[in-house]
Write a protein that binds this ligand. Structure first.
Ligand code: MN
Length: 703
């Protein structure tokens, strides 16, 4: 460790002089040996808790009465001895930091392994303690978690250290969500003590907290940490608005808060109804007051807080709701049932509101004690994620997604592998986390496989393109169409919660994403895959391979067998993309830059342009046995199964679809553009006829 060690990411900055470092090292080694032995041997060392962790032990026992406090004592002794001599920038001994972080977690109900790892969370990063030592003394789980929160060295990673550290931490979180629990509590304590930092550094840390840590806290359902982090960030990044909000709240407090009286009347109503319930007044946090006042204008009476009603049984939640809606004037638009439909982060509650006598609106949250614990502490309240599952709640069995490995985390773990560099990872992570809601859609492979539909969670605003990449990975490059809830949909269509999506994939590998797919992709997985494909195929999907510099024979679009012959020996030949000529079209060739001959249909506007600028056409004729590539446009009315019927009719005529675009329906009309390959050009009229015969299709023509 350098003589002046700084913790680059957070508020845990400390300084050491060269002299104290040397002294500390020598002493630490002795202490470690002595303490390690003491911890192994004496029942005295195990039984007597150091005074410094009495508060922590009490908080832990409140949630876990049978917890083994001995392991916490050992972890504390190792952490304290190894950090001894280090100071935080505030001048306090460094050990105050891991202690405070661990207390935060204990108060949220974290289990013992989390707390053990939390006490040790900075030892490997900042002291002589090694991971091997942590493993030997505390086991694999604690070692894994400590490793997960240990930062990568700036020396090794330079500017990439922060993004790479987060990447590493998120991957570790995928294996054990407790890594992120500790990181969040660590950040909260560092934010609480950020005042000692230079203002620029405060702002930089607050920014990362806002963009990354707060969304992670939200997604993991750790509301208690999230709200405090939000207020701390608010104070740093928006000091004037923070001050204004503080003044608003102070003034309200002075005026007298109407909520306690409303709480009392709610208590009376529930008492009369015979429902056992606790009714609390919950002040909004600063950011919430700020948000609500921006939305509603000036806040009135009870709007500075909410009532929280806690009951024992799920069913009582609805009982409370019924009483409130009967005895007060409900504001029906404010009613939301997050019990029947929990938020993706496990949050469950009933939300409602009623009009207070003076007309101001009082919001009420109704939940059970268990829902409240989960609402406040999220995954931290779940306990050991590896403990045997509790008997499933019969109502919810099979419905809930694994809370320790939610959809957004699985997606993130998938796409982070493809992110080519730390910058892409970092910006993709922030963009992904900026999306605050999630939808679940059911994605099937093809037209007839709705029964195999798989549930996939996507960020709100995701499109069929996102669904395709989430379901098929790189194979989604070949996606040529989609149906949503049975109706043809443009690939750019946004998906709503509960939609069923069927994807049609091209059978050959020659098609690829259009550049505008990037506009439709909201998930990093799709964006990164599309961007990579486009980079590797700068000419796009529908341009022929470079034609060989040899015979007179045409190399058509990735197709085997030539079909156009020009009167210029040795000239490479290309079929123009603008009019996609096929036999037996009347065609003209023009020599273009580089000596190649481009073949157009004679009706093509390009032919006139070439003639106008004085280019002389080169004679072209078709070979007799030629493949045929053609672009067709079908106009149709939108109806369920149309896309499937149409593509099936086409394949029955022997056409393979090279690419397809389905434009968003306007006034129930859908325009499909297909580039297809036929074994023989003489099949084209039959193909077009077959397409016109598909019910709903009212026109088919060449481009
Ligand atoms: Mn720390």
């Amino acid at each position: 460790m350098s003589a002046e060690a700084t913790n680059p990411d957070a508020g845990a900055e400390f300084r050491l002089t060269a002299a104290t470092t040397t002294r500390r090292r020598a002493r630490t080694r002795i202490d470690l040996r002595r303490l390690g032995r003491a911890a192994l041997l004496g029942p005295t060392a195990r039984d007597r808790l150091p005074d410094a962790i009495a508060h922590l032990a009490e908080a832990h026992r409140a949630h876990h009465p049978d917890a083994d406090l001995g392991v916490l004592a050992r972890a504390y002794v190792l952490a304290e001895s190894s950090h001894r001599g280090q100071m935080r920038k505030s001048g306090e001994p460094y050990i105050t930091h891991p202690l405070a972080v661990t207390l935060i977690l204990a108060q949220l109900g974290a289990e013992t392994t989390t707390l053990t790892a939390s006490l040790l969370h900075d030892t490997v990063e900042d002291t002589d303690v090694t991971l091997d030592q942590v493993r030997a003394e505390f086991g694999d789980e604690v070692c894994f978690i400590v490793d997960g929160v240990t930062k990568l060295e700036k020396v090794d990673y330079g500017a990439a250290a922060e993004p790479e550290t987060f990447r590493k931490m998120l991957v570790a979180t995928g294996n054990d969500v407790r890594v992120m629990s500790i990181k969040l509590a660590d950040r909260l304590h560092n934010m609480r003590t950020l005042g000692v930092m230079r203002p620029e550094k405060q702002a930089r840390i607050a920014n990362v907290t806002r963009d990354v840590l707060i969304p992670l806290a939200e997604r993991l359902g750790v509301q208690a940490l999230k709200t405090e982090l939000e207020d701390l960030v608010f104070a740093i990044l928006h000091p004037e608005e923070y001050e204004h909000t503080r003044a608003l709240i102070a003034a309200r407090t002075a005026d007298g808060d109407p909520l306690p009286a409303l709480a009392e009347s709610v208590r009376a109503v529930l008492r009369d109804a015979g429902i056992a319930a606790e009714v609390h007044v919950r002040p909004r946090h600063f950011v919430s007051v700020h948000r609500v006042s921006r939305k509603r204008g000036e806040l009135r009476g009870p709007e500075f807080g909410r009532l929280l009603v806690l009951v024992t049984e799920d069913a009582d939640c609805y009982g409370v709701l019924g009483e409130l809606h009967t005895c007060f004037t409900p504001v029906v638009s404010e009613f939301k049932d997050f019990i029947a439909a929990p938020k993706f982060n496990l949050y469950q509650s009933l939300h409602t509101a009623f009009a207070a006598p003076d007309g101001a609106v009082a919001e009420v949250l109704i939940r059970t004690h268990q829902m409240h614990r989960v609402a406040e502490a999220g995954v931290i309240a779940l306990g050991n994620p590896y403990a045997p599952a509790e008997p499933a709640d019969p109502g919810a069995a099979g419905e809930r997604i694994d809370p320790t490995r939610p959809g957004w985390l699985s997606r993130l773990l998938d796409w982070q592998q493809a992110a080519p560099d730390p910058d892409t990872f970092w910006s993709s992570l922030r963009a992904e986390l900026a999306q605050d809601r999630e939808v679940t859609v059911f994605v099937a492979d093809g037209p007839d496989s709705a029964d195999d539909a798989r549930a996939i969670s996507l960020p709100a605003g995701a499109t069929c393109v996102d669904a395709a990449y989430a379901r098929h990975g790189e194979a989604a490059h070949g996606c040529i169409g989609a149906r949503v809830n049975g109706r043809i949909a443009a690939l750019g269509s946004r998906l709503a919660d509960g939609d069923t999506v069927q994807l049609l994939l091209a059978q050959d590998a020659s098609s690829g994403p259009a550049a505008d797919w990037l506009k439709h992709a909201r998930t990093p997985a799709a964006r990164i895959a599309i961007a990579r494909w486009l980079q590797a195929h700068p000419d796009g999907p529908h341009v022929p391979d470079p034609a060989p510099r040899a015979p007179l024979q045409m190399t058509s679009l990735k197709a085997a067998g030539g079909n156009a012959v020009v009167d210029l020996p040795d000239a490479p030949v290309r079929l123009a993309g603008c009019c996609t000529p096929v036999p037996p079209d009347t065609v003209a060739g023009f020599v273009v830059r580089g000596g190649a001959v481009t073949v157009h249909r004679v009706q093509c506007a390009a032919v006139d342009r070439m003639r106008e600028v004085g280019r002389t056409p080169v004679a072209v004729h078709w070979r007799a046995t030629a493949d045929c590539m053609v672009t067709l446009v079908a106009e149709s009315f939108g109806r369920p199964h149309l896309l499937a019927d149409l593509t099936e009719a086409m394949s029955r005529q022997g056409a393979s679809i090279i690419s397809a675009t389905v434009e968003p329906p306007t006034e129930q009309r859908v325009r499909h553009t297909y580039t297809v390959q036929l074994p023989d050009a003489t099949g084209l009229p039959a193909l077009m006829r077959a397409m016109r015969e598909v019910p709903g299709v009212y026109d088919v023509g060449r481009v």
